[in-house]
Write a protein that binds this ligand. Structure first.
Ligand code: NAP
Length: 296
């Protein structure tokens, strides 16, 4: 006999909340759902969910409540009027927010007598339920350990540490990485496209290149941590010369060069700061605040 799956409530049935509830239903969790616009519960009810009429009824239905609404303001709009219902339960907040909001939420949940875990979803709705997709969590290790088997229904649960702000901080950092990468890919796609190469032909080559780039990141991470950037593979000066070729080629083809121009500015700043013969990792020195600077 296998133990029955834990009952879960999902607050918020937008694109992401609906995907979370569906993944829980797929794994056999008794799932109660609530959404401000009630119609959105219908497809989930067809799949076996129970629709609650109010947030209070939804929270009362399960020891574990997963919230995924637009933002923290929306979350408080939903939960504050019925906050007492959370006493003795656990709220896992998968609503995007800032590290500061996560830290405030821990204190808020603690004052209500509720357990709290902050999370960030590193996929889009079609990826929910895929064990290859990361779900980041931070805050109480005890809450995470208790609910890990249930959270695994959503994706691979990755616990970052007891500071509740970590999941939001990583989320922001990883989204920045995604936007830079996707925009760099689109800029390159426009460049080769100007000579007739379709995106579908360029992209497999770009993806192979990303594998090499991942290797550079691993190599440079230890340089960043050591604060020493030996330019024994490629120097900043060499990269400045190389990005000039990209900017020139793109300019000749009428392509917007804002991204590579920004990158060249950062490289030149690093060069001017004495890092011309260092590796690309030395750009960290111009990106982060100087010791004693504003955020130190
Ligand atoms: P969405 O489809 O726009 O859904 C927004 C949800 O928030 C709906 O359930 C909406 O209710 C609810 N909501 C908005 N304002 C509200 C209010 N004042 N009071 C009560 N409920 C309110 O957005 P989503 O894509 O599901 O995103 C939800 C969260 O997941 C966001 O924090 C987002 O950053 C995060 N996320 C999304 C993705 C993604 O790929 N979509 C990926 C990672 C993280 P109604 O249905 O009544 O409007």
């Amino acid at each position: 006999m296998t133990a029955p799956q834990q009952a879960v409530t999902v607050l918020g049935l937008g694109q992401m909340g609906a995907a979370l509830a569906a993944a829980l239903l797929d794994r056999g969790h008794p799932t109660t759902v609530w959404n401000r616009t009630p119609d959105k519960a219908a497809p989930l009810v067809e799949r076996g969910a129970r629709a609650a009429a109010t947030p209070q009824e939804a929270i009362a239905a399960s020891p574990l409540v997963i919230a995924c609404v637009l933002d923290q303001y929306a979350l408080h709009t939903v939960v504050d009027p019925v906050a007492d219902a959370l006493r003795g339960r656990t709220l896992v907040n998968l609503t995007s927010g800032s590290p500061e909001q996560a830290r405030e939420a821990v204190a808020w949940a603690g004052s209500l007598g509720a357990g709290y875990l902050d999370g960030a979803i590193m996929t889009t709705p079609p990826g929910v339920g895929d064990p290859a997709m990361m779900f980041l969590y931070s805050g109480s290790q005890e809450v995470f350990d208790t609910h890990r088997p249930t959270l695994a229904a959503l994706g691979d649960p990755l616990y970052l540490g007891t500071d509740p702000g970590l999941a939001s901080l990583y989320d922001a950092a990883l989204l920045g990485l995604m936007w830079s990468t996707m925009t760099g890919w689109l800029h390159g796609t426009a460049l080769v496209g100007a000579e007739g190469t379709p995106a579908a032909a360029y992209t497999p080559v770009a993806i192979r290149w990303l594998t090499a780039v991942a290797g550079f990141l691993t190599r440079y991470a230890s340089q960043v941590d050591a604060g020493r950037y030996p330019g024994d593979d490629a120097t900043v000066d060499v990269q400045i010369a190389a990005i000039g070729h990209l900017i020139h080629a793109a300019q000749d083809r009428g392509i917007d060069n804002a991204l590579p121009e920004l990158l060249r500015t950062l490289m030149e700043k690093a060069g001017a700061a004495g890092h011309g013969q260092d590796s690309y990792a030395a750009l960290i020195e111009v990106l982060r605040p100087a010791p004693g600077g504003p955020a130190a």
